[in-house]
Design a protein around this ligand. Structure first.
Ligand code: GRF
Length: 199
């Protein structure tokens, strides 16, 4: 069993999709993995309520009044305490320092609501919509020190319909996220698990 930790700042619908997918995985589809922990950096994050409902432990880590390094040291301590193998960012609105990125290289992934490298940033769907984009989708990528710039892992796209509203595009994007992210994360956890097995 490999262990996932999720970091979120807001609603946490992707966190919930990940936790449920890990829990519901039939044995015929591969090994079981655990969702160890939710870490959140905004007191009001609805993700924490989802964790409580799912019976998953959660920890609040504040960035207020401290340096990024201090907040990251607390995050790193929780991750090693929980023996997390992989970290999934799910609407976590923070950029990590180069030291943290180096230390967790290849073990931190993110979901982004657009087809990277196009439309990075916090308002990807709105930016794409206002620019008249016709193709939308979601991307899973490794993190680096930049904003949505790390190596791509997987993308899924759809074409917008004639006159489609931004609300509808947002809804379809989230549907893709909730399917794509668990699939990719399960594959990565499988790889971690099989790399540990004696050959
Ligand atoms: C998602 O659209 C994700 O792609 C982006 O932030 C949003 C988080 O939504 N990084 P939720 O908190 O998982 O519902």
């Amino acid at each position: 069993m490999a262990k996932l930790a999720v970091l979120a700042s807001g609603s946490g619908s992707n966190f919930e999709a990940l936790a449920l997918a890990l829990r519901a995985r039939p044995e015929s589809e591969g090994p079981r993995h655990g969702c160890a922990m939710l870490i959140y950096d905004r007191k009001a994050a609805f993700a924490a309520q989802r964790a409580a409902r799912l019976g998953i432990g959660s920890r609040y880590v504040t960035y207020m009044g401290r340096t990024r390094e201090e907040a990251e040291a607390e995050i790193a301590a929780i991750l090693s305490e929980e023996k997390a193998d992989l970290i999934a960012l799910a609407g976590f609105m923070r950029i990590f320092t180069p030291d943290f990125v180096r230390g967790w290289k290849g073990r931190v992934v993110n979901i982004h609501p657009a087809l990277l490298p196009k439309w990075p940033g916090a308002h990807a769907i709105r930016d794409a919509f206002e620019a008249g984009e016709r193709i939308y989708g979601a991307t899973v990528h490794y993190i680096d020190e930049g904003v949505d710039t790390g190596p791509l892992i997987a993308r899924e796209s759809f074409d917008s319909r004639e006159g489609e509203s931004i609300e509808s595009i947002e809804e379809r994007t989230h549907e893709i996220e909730h399917r794509l992210y668990p699939r990719v994360v399960l594959e990565l956890l499988d790889k971690i698990e099989s790399s540990r097995r004696p050959r």
